[in-house]
Write a protein that binds this ligand. Structure first.
Ligand code: CU
Length: 276
């Protein structure tokens, strides 16, 4: 009996080490249950490790290339979506950046495999000093999920939405030990703005993130970092939101209002203050 007890405790400790996204709250109201709107995948709560991001499975996980059995949630620009964790997990307890990626389906999202264009609609980095970069500096640390606001200028239609958290605790300079947690939800955006515009600065999966990206091979342990370079996965779209910054100066959530040139490349970084 004693041994069984120890085994059970060990198993639950293991289960609580990782996480994946299974549930959705729309404007604070829980919709459906686990896997109602997220494509159920076969990786469970286990992470994708560094080298495996070169696979098509990096789109929506193994088993997630079709959404025939998954419902489609109707949303509109300005809605707040909270992507929550399954397997009894209540917080993302690894240090690293969070992001939300979207891809518009050619027609209906249930049959879309995610092979088209993706763009980043939200990211979060450091909300406090990088001296605590092994834990609490990250805006997402211990958070119960990833929350974002549907950009209000996207064209009506059906989309995959892919929240992602990267655990950098074992990345240690070469990116091979980075842990990726993500799943794909299916949404239908109702007609919104007359100025609707589909982002053109897009990326493909695989390809959008590489082991050698500065934000992936990043070593949180040594030498002690003074900043985090950027969230990998292409530029944040105009109309998207970002929380925190590379030095943890502010934890404000701000909407990207326009692009300006940083270091020779156009990176969406000019911001309008939304809240603090
Ligand atoms: Cu983990």
């Amino acid at each position: 009996m004693q041994h069984f007890l120890y085994a059970a405790v060990a198993l639950s400790a293991l289960a609580s080490a990782h996480y994946t996204f299974t549930g959705i709250e729309l404007n604070g109201v829980k919709k459906g249950s686990d896997w109602t709107y997220f494509r159920e995948h076969t990786r469970g709560y286990m992470p994708t490790y560094g080298p495996d991001i070169a696979s098509n499975d990096f789109r929506c996980q193994p088993g997630g290339d079709s959404g025939a059995k998954t419902d489609v949630l109707t949303v509109k620009g300005g809605d707040k979506l909270h992507f929550t964790l399954g397997f009894g997990k209540t917080g993302m307890d690894h240090p690293g950046p969070a992001a939300v990626f979207m891809s518009k389906a050619p027609s209906d999202v249930k049959s879309y495999d995610g092979s088209g264009d993706w763009f980043k609609a939200f990211d979060s980095t450091l909300c406090s000093s990088p001296s605590a970069i092994t834990t609490t500096a990250w805006c997402s640390y211990k958070q119960p999920g990833v929350e974002f606001v549907v950009p209000d200028r996207l064209p009506a239609g059906e989309y995959l939405i892919r929240p992602q958290h990267i655990g950098l605790h074992e990345s240690q300079g070469d990116g091979k030990g980075a842990q990726y947690f993500y799943s794909c939800a299916q949404v239908k955006i109702e007609a919104s703005s007359a100025n609707a515009w589909l982002p053109t600065r897009t990326v493909k999966i695989p390809g959008m993130i590489k082991e050698q990206d500065d934000g992936v091979k990043f070593n949180i342990w040594y030498p002690q970092p003074t900043a985090y370079p950027y969230t990998p996965g292409g530029p944040l779209i105009v109309g998207g939101q970002t929380q925190g910054d590379s030095k943890g100066v502010s934890k404000s959530i701000v909407t990207v209002a326009q692009k300006r040139s940083i270091g020779g490349s156009m990176i969406a970084r000019a911001r309008d203050l939304v809240s603090s």
